[in-house]
Design a protein. Sequence first.
Length: 329
Amino acid sequence: MKHVAARAGVGLSTVSRVVNGDPHVSAAKIEAVHRAIDELGYRRNESARQFRTGATETVGLVIEDVTDPFFSQLTQSVEDVARDRGSMLLVASYRRENDRARQIVHALSARRLEGIVVTPSERGDVSYYASALQSGLQMVFVDRPAPDHIADAVISDNRASCRDGIAHLIAQGHRRIACLSDRAHLYTTVERLAGYKDALAAAGIPYDPALVHSSVPDDGQHRVAVSRMLDSENPPTAIFTCNNRATITVLKALSLRREKPALLGFDDLELAGSLTPGLSVIAQDPFAMGRIATEQLFQRIDGYRGPARTTLLPATLHSRGSAERGPEG
C-alpha cells in the first residue's frame, strides 16, 4: 500500500478508501490509485483483512444435489446476487445424507462465513441449524421450509400449483391419473401429493393408492412402477410426475412402450419444448427463488432482525401438448 500511495501521489488512507470502495474520493484520485495498482500488481491481503475485521465477505449455499437441474439454476441465481454484492460463494451438496449436511453446516460456520442459503435435509436430527443460527451464522432456507420456522424461507406454493395442474388434466377428461413422486417423507412430495388429492376430491374422483408411487426417481423403481400401472386391468390415461428427475425417468420408460398416456411434469426441462408433443409442465422459478433467498440473507447480514418470513412463490402451468390430449389419445 505504501508503494501504491507513493506511485499515485496520495496518502495511505486514500489508497485504503479506494480499495474498500469508499464513494467519498475524487475521481482523479481513484483513477490514480487504480493506475498505480495495475502498474505495481498490488493485491489486498484478504486473510489479513479478515483477521482484522472478522468479516469474510463470503456466503455459502448448501443444497441436496448439485447435478439436479433445479439446484443448478438455483445456484446460478444465488451466485449472481452474491457477486453483485461483492461476496464470494461457497457451494456444497450433501447428496441426501443428513450427517453430511450437518458436517457441511458446521464447517461453513467454523470458517466464519457471513451466512448461508440452505435447502434443509429432512431425515434425522436437524437441531444443528438452530445451533448454527445461535452461533451468529445468518441463514435463509430455500425450496423447503425452515425447521420450526427458525429463519426466513423461500419456497414454491407446491400444493396450490399441483392442484391446478391435476385439475387441468381432469378438464381434458382424465379420471385415472397416476402420480410418481420423490421420497414420500419429503416436504415437497407431501405438498404436491396433497395438491393431487385436492384436485381429485374437488372433481369427485376417488383416490386410488395403486396409482401413486414414491421413491428415489433415479433408482429404477419408477420405471417398474410405470410398467406395472400401464399393464394393469385399469391403467391410467395420464401421468403426473412430481419433479424433473421423475419426469425424465418416465419419459425414458414411455419411449419403450406403445401406449402414450398424457403426461404432466413438475419442474421444467431444457428441451421440454423440443419434444413431440411438447412436454407440459408446472414450472417453478428457481432463479427467483435463489434471488429472493439471497437478498433476504444479505438483509439479515446487514442487521435486519424482524421475525422469520416464509415467502411462497407461484408455479406456472406451461401447456405444450403432452398433457392436453384426452383419455383416447
